[in-house]
Design a protein around this ligand. Structure first.
Ligand SMILES: Cc1cc2nc3c(=O)[nH]c(=O)nc-3n(C[C@H](O)[C@H](O)[C@H](O)COP(=O)(O)O)c2cc1C
Length: 148
């Protein structure tokens, strides 16, 4: 059993639905998984697997609920933190998924280890984004169950 911290960035709620679906998958694989809708560094286990699940708003910006956390990360060293990224975005924007790309870059700069390439879900092609996220996570778990 592994521990997962699911960190959510959302304005309209779609990423929250995705986070709930990811949590369900992790729990059904007997992992622990806690959702953080107002993420704070002090409340996260830095040696757990982090799953960052965020949309993009504005002009490539992170949602307001996760921006302070992203700013906090810029001053951190996170060399013990493995992480996954699920980004929701709309490919009609030039800044497609830029919010999730931003936070991924901040994490990598802090020394955290990206466990596999980020999943970017285009809401234009995926009216039910959680379906794509669940399939991706199940695949990842299948290939990494020994190490997760
Ligand atoms: C005002 C507004 C701005 C947006 N800006 C972007 C953007 O810059 N890049 C992008 O990929 N998606 C953008 N989107 C699409 C959202 O990321 C997408 O609708 C997502 O599903 C919203 O998820 P949420 O409900 O968790 O916030 C924007 C949506 C809105 C309503």
């Amino acid at each position: 059993m592994a521990k997962f911290e699911i960190i959510v960035g959302s304005v309209l709620g779609a990423s929250e639905y995705v986070a709930d679906a990811l949590q369900e998958v992790l729990l059904s694989h007997t992992h622990s998984a806690e959702i953080h809708l107002t993420p704070r560094l002090s409340e996260l286990d830095q040696s757990a697997n982090w799953v960052i699940c965020t949309s993009t708003h504005g002009a490539g910006d992170l949602p307001d609920n996760i921006q302070p956390f992203a700013d906090q990360l810029k001053t951190q060293t996170l060399t013990t933190t493995p992480f996954l990224v699920v980004g929701l975005g709309d490919s009609s924007y030039d800044t497609y998924c830029h919010g999730s790309i931003q936070i991924e870059n901040i994490m990598v700069k802090a020394g955290a280890k990206l466990l596999c390439p980020a999943l970017h879900i285009d809401v234009l092609n995926h009216p039910i984004p959680e379906d794509a996220a669940v399939e991706w996570l199940k695949d990842w778990l299948k290939n990494n169950e020994q190490t997760a």
